[in-house]
Design a binder for this molecule. Structure first.
Ligand code: SF4
Ligand code: SF4
Length: 320
């Protein structure tokens, strides 16, 4: 795979600083029941990296004193971490909102019986990737049969009240373009998704988040191989909008890797670009318990234009 980090200093990205922390995003490990071609962490069934119970205790200790409002769990398939349910239960006891970045197909895996009911009982928000409303496109990106399984999973979640506005159980879907282009306007695409998935499959969901593809890891490497990297970077740079700088997710989120080390966001985690505190570049979450990061400089490079181009992109969809 081609390294993209050395190519991220051509344009220079405006300096930004942290605001008040609201969300802790935690990668529970790289084990996954799927092996999607675009996976930016190379997750799969044979990966063994999983966050330990001790590190999960650090996460809970941090949440307990930080006053943060949200824990956002990701992976791999975060539910495959043996401590997933304990982490969710204890976080909810703290009164903290939980987002599960769920691949949907995990609901049908052996050993995951009762998962959908557990998520509903704990009022966990489910955010799930569904890169298209057409079966062929999803199966090409995420594996054969994934679309059909995803539809079954959404119907199961709908039956528990997910995606039905009156219940407050949130089910949000995520779209990203198939290639080197910016996502279309979020509201219009959400309307299309709701119409097509509703008419064909009787599916309901709350919101569609459209995300730009980040020019890093496997996607960035593919762009380099195809000679499209510079063109895509120039597209992101041209489409940059200063007003998106106020709301990029790194201003209010920290990202934690499976070993407990912290980054300004998930993309920086994947690039190995750590959060820097007092000049130190490898800081463990346990060292930040009780520490206020407001005003801390954020580690930015040219990939950050993926967050500020056009309508903007964050783990909660468009910014504009
Ligand atoms: S479901 Fe997500 S974590 Fe798993 S392989 Fe696909 S993209 Fe990677
Ligand atoms: S990639 Fe986006 S979220 Fe991450 S540091 Fe850059 S602007 Fe912030």
């Amino acid at each position: 795979m081609h390294a993209t980090l050395p190519l991220m200093r051509r344009f220079g990205f405006p300096a930004i600083r942290r605001a008040r922390l609201e969300t802790l995003q935690v990668n529970l490990g790289y084990k996954c029941n799927q092996t999607c071609v675009h996976c930016h962490v190379n997750a799969g069934p044979t990966r063994t990296e999983l966050m330990s119970r001790d590190t999960i205790a650090d996460v809970l200790a941090f949440l307990g004193v930080s006053g943060m409002r949200c824990l956002d769990v990701t992976g791999g398939a975060p539910e495959l971490n043996p401590h997933f349910r304990e982490l969710v239960l204890r976080t909810r006891e703290l009164g903290v909102h939980v987002i599960d970045r769920c691949n949907l197909t995990i609901l049908e895996e052996p050993g995951q019986e009762g998962l959908a009911e557990f998520l509903a009982a704990q009022r966990v928000e489910v955010v799930a990737s569904l890169p298209c409303y057409l079966e062929d496109n999803v199966d090409r990106q995420r594996g054969k049969g994934v679309f059909a399984k995803s539809v079954r999973a959404i119907l199961r979640l709908n039956a528990l009240g997910y995606g039905i506005p009156a219940t407050g159980l949130e089910l949000n879907l995520v779209y990203n373009p198939q290639g080197a282009s910016l996502p279309p306007p979020q509201a219009a695409l959400e309307a299309d998704y709701k119409r097509v998935l509703g008419e064909r499959y009787g599916i309901a969901f709350n919101r569609l988040y459209t995300l730009a593809n980040m020019p890093i890891q496997r996607f960035g490497s593919t762009l380099i191989s195809k000679g499209q990297f510079n063109g895509y970077m120039a597209l992101l740079h041209r489409a940059h909008r200063d007003e998106n700088l106020e709301t990029v997710m790194c201003r209010s989120l920290v990202s934690v890797d499976w070993l407990g080390y912290v980054y300004d966001c998930d993309f920086n985690q994947m690039l190995g670009l750590p959060l820097v505190v007092d000049g130190r570049k490898r800081v463990h979450l346990s060292e930040l318990i009780g520490r206020d990061l407001e005003g801390n400089a954020i580690a930015v490079r040219d990939h950050c234009y993926g967050c500020t181009a056009g309508q903007g992109s964050s783990c909660g969809g468009a910014l504009a």
